[in-house]
Design a protein around this ligand. Structure first.
Ligand code: NAD
Ligand code: UD2
Length: 309
C-alpha cells in the first residue's frame, strides 16, 4: 500500500478540492498548484500535514517545475474551465489550457514522472447526433476550449509514445456537486438551479426543459481519478466519464421541487444558441477498464449539494 506524493493542478477548484480531500484521507502527500483564479483557499483543509499549497501559475514552466519536484504523479485539472471565456479570449485561455498542459508534460519528462491524469471534456465531441456518445464518435471540437482540450490529448499521446509517459485521459461529462460555483450564467445548471431555489428567486430554463445531460456526482468522479492516479497499469485510451443516463432539466426541477419548501418559480425562455439538445455518454470503456459504475443516484447527489449550499 504505497503512499504517493501527488501534484494536483487546479486543486483549489471545484473538482480538484474534492480529489485533494480524498487523497489526503488515504494518507497520500498532496501538492496543490493553483493560481486561485476560480479556485478558493476555503475549498482546502486549513491544516493538514500531508498538504502543501503552491500559489502559482501553470503558464510558467519554472513554477511548474518547482511544484512538481519530488512528486510521483500528476493529476492535471487546472484550466480555464469556462467555454464562454475561451470564446471571448482564445489567446489568453490557450496559454493556460494548452501551453500550461505542455509545461506539465515537459516537467513530467524532465523529472521522470510517469503517471499523468488529464481532465478532458465531452466538449471534444461537439454537437453530435450520435447517442450515446462513444469514444469512437467523430470528434468535433467547436470552441477554443474544446480545441485546446483535444490538442492536449494529442500532446499527451505524443509524450506516451516518445517518453513512456503513462497517461490516463478522461472526458468528463456534466459534473456537479458541492463547491461548484453558481455565480456565472455559464456555471453548471445544477448549481444555478439549486442556488435560485434556495434564494427563492426565479429559475430560467433555456428552451422547453426537455434537453438532457449526463450528470455525474463529483464524489463518483474523484474516486475514479484517485484510482487512475494510484493503479499500476492505467489505460491509455481516452475514456468517457458519464453515467450513461440522461436527465432532463424538467426532471431535475421536479427533484428539486421535492426538497424545496416553497413552489419553484420556473420561467421558460428561448433556447441558448449553440446549446446541445441531448447528451449521454457511452461509458462501456470506463466500466471495462476501471470498473466504474454509478453508485449515487442523481437525486442523492442533488440532495447533498442542496444541503451544502
Ligand atoms: P474550476 O474552475 O473550479 O477548477 C479549475 C482550477 O484551476 C481552479 O482552482 C483555478 O483557480 C485553477 N487555475 C485556472 N487557471 C490556472 C493557472 N493558469 N494556473 C494554475 N491554476 C489555474 O473548474 P472544475 O469544474 O473543477 O474543472 C476542473 C477541470 O475539469 C478543468 O480542467 C475543466 O476543464 C475540466 N472539466 C470540468 C467539467 C465540469 O463539468 N465541471 C467538465 C469537463 C471538463
Ligand atoms: C457543458 C459545460 C461547458 C461545455 C459544454 C460542451 C459545464 C458547466 N458546462 O455545457 O463548459 O463543456 O458542456 O458541450 O459543465 N441552462 C438553463 N438555465 C440556466 C443554466 C443552464 O436552462 O440557468 C441549460 C442550458 O441551456 C443547457 C443545460 O441547462 O441546456 C445545461 O447547461 P450547463 O451550462 O450546465 O452545461 P452544458 O452541457 O450546456
Amino acid at each position: 500500500n504505497d503512499k504517493l506524493k501527488i501534484l494536483v493542478t487546479g486543486g483549489a477548484g471545484f473538482i480538484g478540492s474534492h480529489l485533494v480531500d480524498l487523497l489526503l484521507s488515504q494518507n497520500h502527500q498532496v501538492v496543490v498548484l493553483d493560481n486561485f483564479s476560480t479556485g478558493k483557499l476555503d475549498n482546502l483543509p486549513s491544516a493538514d500535514r500531508g498538504l502543501s499549497i503552491v500559489n502559482g501559475d501553470i503558464r510558467y514552466s519554472d513554477t511548474v517545475e518547482q511544484a512538481a519536484t519530488g512528486c510521483d504523479a500528476i493529476v492535471h485539472l487546472a484550466a480555464v474551465a469556462s467555454v464562454q471565456a475561451s470564446v471571448e479570449d482564445p489567446c489568453g485561455t490557450h496559454q493556460v489550457n494548452l501551453v500550461g498542459t505542455l509545461n506539465l508534460l515537459e516537467v513530467a519528462k524532465k523529472q521522470g514522472i510517469k503517471r499523468f491524469v488529464y481532465a478532458s471534456s465531452a466538449a471534444v465531441y461537439g454537437d453530435t447526433n450520435e447517442l450515446p456518445v462513444s469514444e469512437a464518435t467523430q470528434l468535433n471540437p467547436l470552441t477554443p476550449y474544446a480545441a485546446d482540450k483535444l490538442a492536449g490529448e494529442y500532446y499527451i499521446d505524443f509524450y506516451r509514445r516518445q517518453y513512456h509517459l503513462k497517461p490516463v485521459i478522461f472526458r468528463f461529462f456534466n459534473i456537479f456537486g458541492p463547491r461548484q460555483d453558481p455565480s456565472s450564467p455559464y456555471s453548471g445548471v445544477i448549481s444555478i438551479f439549486l442556488q435560485r431555489a434556495q434564494a427563492n428567486q426565479p429559475i430560467t430554463v433555456f428552451g422547453d426543459g426537455e434537453q438532457t445531460r449526463d450528470f455525474v456526482y463529483v464524489a463518483e468522479l474523484v474516486r475514479l481519478l484517485e484510482q487512475a492516479v494510484t493503479t499500476t497499469e492505467p489505460a491509455a485510451m481516452p475514456m468517457n466519464v458519464g453515467n450513461g443516463k440522461q436527465t432532463s432539466l424538467n426532471q431535475l426541477l421536479a427533484a428539486i421541487q421535492d426538497f424545496s419548501s416553497h413552489p419553484l418559480d420556473i420561467r421558460y425562455s428561448n433556447p441558448r444558441s449553440g446549446d446541445i439538445r441531448y447528451s449521454c455518454a457511452d461509458n462501456q470503456r470506463v466500466r471495462e477498464q476501471m470498473g466504474f459504475h454509478n453508485q449515487y443516484p442523481i437525486a442523492d447527489g442533488l440532495k447533498r449539494t442542496w444541503e451544502w449550499m
